[in-house]
Design a protein around this ligand. Structure first.
Ligand code: SF4
Ligand code: SF4
Length: 82
């Protein structure tokens, strides 16, 4: 699932315009916010973002931190899904 690296997002809202799912991207405080419950992971927002602020799930520090401290992340299987 995609997530927005807020410090890179400049609030241009291009991602919002290309997103085919109405409401999947919302601007909050001039930063893009992705509603992962309705996002179809089509990847269009990632393609168009000029600052590469939209990152795949595998780069989400919050989720990466999840596996830390338990060896190699143990039972957390990431099939390349984002
Ligand atoms: S396209 Fe990128 S920089 Fe522009 S609003 Fe979306 S996430 Fe932010
Ligand atoms: S991956 Fe597709 S559906 Fe999800 S927020 Fe980006 S443009 Fe919208």
């Amino acid at each position: 699932m995609p997530w927005v690296k807020e410090d890179l997002c400049k609030g241009c809202a291009i991602c919002l315009k290309v997103c085919p799912v109405e409401g999947a991207i919302e601007m909050k405080d001039k930063k893009a916010y992705i509603h992962n419950d309705i996002c179809t992971r089509c990847g269009k927002c990632m393609d168009v973002c000029p600052t590469n602020a939209i990152r795949p799930n595998s780069e989400n520090p919050a989720l990466r931190g999840f596996g830390r401290g338990s060896g190699h992340g143990g039972h957390r299987h990431n099939h390349g899904e984002w």
